[in-house]
Design a protein around this ligand. Structure first.
Ligand code: ATP
Length: 361
């Protein structure tokens, strides 16, 4: 395994504001890494630090083994792709593509050949003579990527590149970027606030909050074993349900605190080995791990407040205690106001310490 990008103890201060707090990250060559987190978590700052657009305050940053501390952006050999595309409006697609080569002294004919090769890969060959204003949003995005590709950089850095596109084009471009990454055997770092984008595109997801890496790992590992309540609530759509609870005096039984009363839930043997009798916990239930049945037959009853159907599945929400979202396949006959029972798939519950929010195994 070769590490292409390495951050050790990276910190970034903007005046008194601590935007990156002791970031450690190793990005494997050829991998697609997504940096994800809510607005202001520091993901763009981290990406911009890799590009050299921000100077880090402390720590070490290496690209392809070389220390980048005093290396200016244009010498880092990384390519940044922005949501605004940052295309030159007065240049044709071909000129946009060849510009970076031309300023580095590459001969015109050679630069043109390189542009044609890249345009072939990205499907822009018929559009080389057009100006950016004559292109659709998706095509402009492709030009922005082609311009990055032509430089054959050590890494591609994407800063929310799809946020200007409509929903269906976004989904299409996600696939396109990922396929391009695979074809080029590139190393990509991709910033997004959209966890679905992160989960579907990346090999490795880094979840950030308030300048800290909360957890990193393979997408489904984060989904299956979130390290804390924040990651549990952030990864997954619709989001995980959280219910306050307490460990019973028999520590194999959880007491869930609903407004309607306490519901008892027996824990399967593999869960909650470290629990103490009386301990306060937060119980995490993914919407697909709750199932609906006739009232009185589940662990507890709910009244449906909202039904949303996508055709293949139905999202059911309750608003009063317990406030829950439940996903069910089918479910077309469900109506708001229906009274139903809910069963909890106990093998798939997640437990977090009520105070620290940390996962309990
Ligand atoms: P978003 O999704 O909204 O772009 P982000 O996670 O990319 O958010 P950053 O742009 O990295 O967030 O900013 C992280 C924090 O640093 C924010 O609180 C922001 O206000 C602050 N910040 C960013 N740039 C500066 C700056 N030049 N001076 C002062 N504070 C800054």
């Amino acid at each position: 395994m070769t590490i292409q990008i390495e951050l050790n103890g990276v910190n970034k201060h903007y005046g008194a504001f601590h935007a990156l707090k002791n970031i450690n990250l190793a990005i494997e060559k050829g991998s697609f890494v997504a940096l994800v987190g809510p607005s202001g978590c520091g993901k763009s700052t981290l990406l911009r630090s890799l590009a050299g657009l921000e100077k880090i305050s402390a720590g070490e940053l290496k690209i392809a083994g070389d220390l980048m501390t005093n290396v200016p952006p244009r010498k880092r050999d990384v390519a940044m792709v922005f949501q605004s595309y940052a295309l030159y409006p007065h240049m044709t697609v071909e000129e946009n593509l060849t510009y970076s080569l031309r300023i580095r002294g590459v001969a015109k004919a050679e630069a043109r050949k390189a542009a044609e090769e890249v345009a072939q890969t990205t499907g822009l060959l018929p559009l080389l003579k057009r100006y950016p204003r004559e292109l659709s949003g998706g095509q402009r995005q492709r030009v922005a990527m082609s311009r990055a590709i032509i430089r054959n950089p050590k890494a591609f850095l994407f800063d929310e590149p799809l946020s200007n596109l409509d929903a269906s084009l976004r989904v299409h471009m996600r696939k396109e970027i990922r396929l391009l990454h695979d074809r080029l055997k590139a190393t990509s770092v991709y910033v997004t606030h959209d966890q679905v984008e992160a989960m579907t595109m990346a090999d490795h997801v880094v979840v950030m909050r308030d300048g800290v890496i909360e957890q990193q790992g393979r997408p489904l590992d984060l989904y299956d074993r979130p390290a804390n309540r924040f990651v549990a609530g952030f990864i997954g759509s619709p989001a995980m349900n959280f219910i306050p609870g307490r460990v019973g005096w028999d520590e194999r039984v959880l007491e869930l605190n609903f407004a309607s009363g306490v519901e008892r839930l027996a824990l399967p043997p593999e869960l909650g080995q470290g629990l103490l009798p009386g301990q306060s916990v937060t119980v995490g239930l993914r919407p697909e791990h709750l199932s609906l049945m006739p009232a009185g037959e589940g662990a507890f009853d709910i009244t449906i407040a909202l039904v949303e159907s996508t055709g293949s599945s139905t999202f059911v929400a309750t608003v009063s205690e317990p406030e829950l979202t439940i996903v069910t396949a089918g479910g077309r006959g469900l109506r708001s106001g229906d009274r139903l029972g809910v069963r909890i798939d106990a093998a798939n519950i997640h437990l977090f310490d009520a105070e620290s929010g940390l996962r309990i195994e």
